[in-house]
Design a protein around this ligand. Sequence first.
Ligand SMILES: [Zn+2]
Length: 97
Amino acid sequence: MSESASSGVQGMSVATAFAGMRSVAPVVFRAGCPDCRGRFELAAGALRLAIGASSRTTFYSFTCPECGAAVRKPAGERIVELLTGGGVRTLKLHSTL
Ligand SMILES: [Zn+2]
């Protein structure tokens, strides 16, 4: 008696196992410190983005990992897109709808 032995059991390939997983490579942003002139890479969690009513009041800030200075720099549209896309915390200073 030989019934069909082709069962539906198949080995789960690695590709299948990881199909639902996203790349979790940390996003880093290059930044420079005007105080100590250090250059470094910051993870998204180390940056804060503040969006004001105009581009003049829109800036991002971080703490220099080398000298500890609080750095604040203006953020243009492209930078805002980059930062928000990278998961940087965004703070809206002015809510105008
Ligand atoms: Zn510094």
